[in-house]
Ligand binder design. Structure first.
Ligand SMILES: *[C@@H]1O[C@H](CO)[C@@H](O)[C@H](O)[C@H]1NC(C)=O
Ligand SMILES: *[C@@H]1O[C@H](CO)[C@@H](O)[C@H](O)[C@H]1NC(C)=O
Ligand SMILES: *[C@@H]1O[C@H](CO)[C@@H](O)[C@H](O)[C@H]1NC(C)=O
Ligand SMILES: [Cu+2]
Length: 480
């Protein structure tokens, strides 16, 4: 019954005018691996509401969204330095394509907060939030971050700073749509959500520049009323929130402490997942009573699957239900040896996300017009000329291993030190022809930094967007 009700709601929403299309953060990727729709993500259970902007910039919902104080059972494991990507959808169940309406222009950011237990409730609103990624207006490309999301299937990327202390964190992607910010009264529209993670790390840093959410902004914050329609716009865009935390910036150090995840793990016996639901194999049976008991057990689990599905949908519950149907049919046919193999009922594996593609369109940005100064790790390849064989001098300090060498057609911003690599930034100049460029020394580290040998994509992507300046993080721009 629930299933058909969900369908009706989706159809009704589909008839709404485009202008009412909003967006929701629905799932996230760790080094390109999809954690699953809604898995370890706090989402409103109200389908249309899950895509609504937060009602007020000072609401407690600003922390993790409507329903964002309610923890979910699963917690994703992430390593220091990993690349994360957050998926935004117009339609939370992906029943229709689209990430965000093109009218919704504005900046993006990603915040983190250290908590005792990311699966616990009532830990989102309040102090402790720090920013690990921000992307405002790219004046070279003439694009807001939200505009870059669109050709990028709604994926927003951020690298986890590699010196953070191990433990449980909430990770909060944030979009601000400014299409109504010029109106009276101004209506800056925030879209936020939270991922629940456990960070495995040998680091010890606790960022000191944290901010409370809500509280980090109010309607007097200049960005809330920024007019995106001004010709020309009054740049630089007034950044807001705490300064960007990058490894090594303002922090205090804990005693580094080995810690392993004990909460929110996928249960060993979990054979199928949907959002945060797990299906467990019914007990094996050899007689009619056992068969029907297994059938009953399976159906009870199916109901639970549908009941807990939420806005991202119950796709895998259908798979599970088909498995239950098989058991019931077996019982009816007198085949009392089971349960049958589940393998033919399993959903197709989720495709891996190419992180290089994500960052090319929405990478972290420290552009002159919007972001705070970066540490000496900024590598500039402005006016990069394929005939040049060296980085600009400014790129040298502290950037062990950075080099540009086109003799062999190569760029290496990874260097020999993964820690530094994670913080390197590069700007590829307008019109640069990178089709002959390959990546030196693809690296494979436990943190997943620069783990690739597929370099053709990088070149192809830059060529296809010739005329636009692109920025990327070393550990993100390699294909997986
Ligand atoms: C808005 O924030 C500013 C800066 O933090 C603060 O000075 C001001 O009192 C706040 N206004 C309100 C109405 O809270
Ligand atoms: C179904 O059976 C499995 C295996 O015996 C058991 O772990 C699980 O709790 C049962 N679930 C329900 C809903 O009865
Ligand atoms: C870019 O370089 C490649 C390889 O050197 C060459 O084949 C291609 O024509 C160049 N493209 C442009 C637009 O210059
Ligand atoms: Cu909207």
């Amino acid at each position: 019954m629930l299933v058909s009700r969900v369908k009706i709601i989706i159809l009704a929403a589909g008839a709404a005018p485009l202008a009412s299309a909003h967006t929701a953060f629905t799932n996230f990727f760790v080094n390109g691996v999809d954690q699953g729709d809604g898995t370890a993500v706090r989402l409103s259970n109200n389908i249309p509401q899950a895509t609504y902007p937060i009602s007020s910039v000072t609401s407690p919902d600003m922390a993790c969204g409507v329903n964002g104080e309610t923890g979910v059972s699963r917690v994703a494991n992430v390593n220091a330095g990993d690349s994360l990507a957050f998926e935004w959808r117009d339609w939370p169940d992906a029943s229709q394509p689209g990430s965000i309406d093109p009218s919704h222009k504005g900046p993006c950011a990603v915040y983190m907060k250290k908590v005792d237990n990311s699966a616990a409730s009532n830990n989102a609103a309040g102090d402790g939030w720090f920013k690990i990624m921000e992307d405002g207006y790219d004046s070279t490309a003439g694009q807001w971050c939200t505009e870059k999301l669109i050709p990028n299937d709604g994926h927003l990327a951020a690298a986890v700073p590699n010196d953070l202390a191990a433990g449980y964190y909430l990770v909060r992607p944030e979009l601000l749509a400014l299409h109504q910010a010029d109106k009276t009264p101004a209506d800056p529209q925030f879209y936020v959500g939270c991922a629940q993670i456990f960070l495995s790390s040998s680091g010890s840093a606790i960022p000191s520049n944290t901010a409370p959410i809500p509280g980090y902004i109010n309607m007097s914050t200049p960005a809330m009323t920024f007019n995106i329609y001004d010709q020309p716009m009054k740049l630089p865009f007034p950044d807001f929130g705490p300064p960007l935390y990058t490894a090594g910036s303002s922090k205090r150090d804990l005693e580094a402490r080995a810690m392993i995840q004990t909460i929110g793990l996928k249960p060993d016996a979990c054979v199928m997942e949907n959002v945060n639901w797990c299906g467990f194999m019914p007990s094996s049976y050899t007689d009619e009573t056992g068969c029907y008991a297994a059938s009953q057990n399976c159906s009870v689990q199916a109901t639970e699957c549908y009941n807990t599905a939420g806005p991202t949908g119950s796709k895998n519950c259908f798979n599970w239900e088909n498995f239950c149907t098989q058991i019931r049919n077996d019982c009816g046919a007198g085949n009392y040896n089971g349960p049958p193999s589940i393998s033919s009922f399993m959903p197709a594996p989720l495709p891996k996300l190419n992180m290089a593609a994500v960052v090319a369109a929405s990478g972290p940005m420290a552009s002159s017009d919007s972001a705070p100064p970066e540490a000496s790790s900024t590598v500039s390849m402005e006016a990069y000329d394929p005939s040049k064989t060296a980085m600009p001098a400014s790129a040298g300090a502290g950037n062990t291993g950075s080099s540009v060498s086109t003799a062999g057609g190569s760029i290496d911003t990874c260097g020999s030190n993964g820690d530094i690599a994670a913080r390197l930034r590069a700007t590829v100049a307008r019109g640069a022809n990178l089709s002959s460029v390959t990546v030196l020394e693809p690296r494979s580290t436990s943190a997943g930094i620069c783990d690739s040998t597929d370099t053709s994509f990088v070149a192809a992507d830059f060529i296809s967007k010739a005329g636009k300046s692109k920025r990327f993080l070393c550990n993100d721009w390699l294909a997986s």
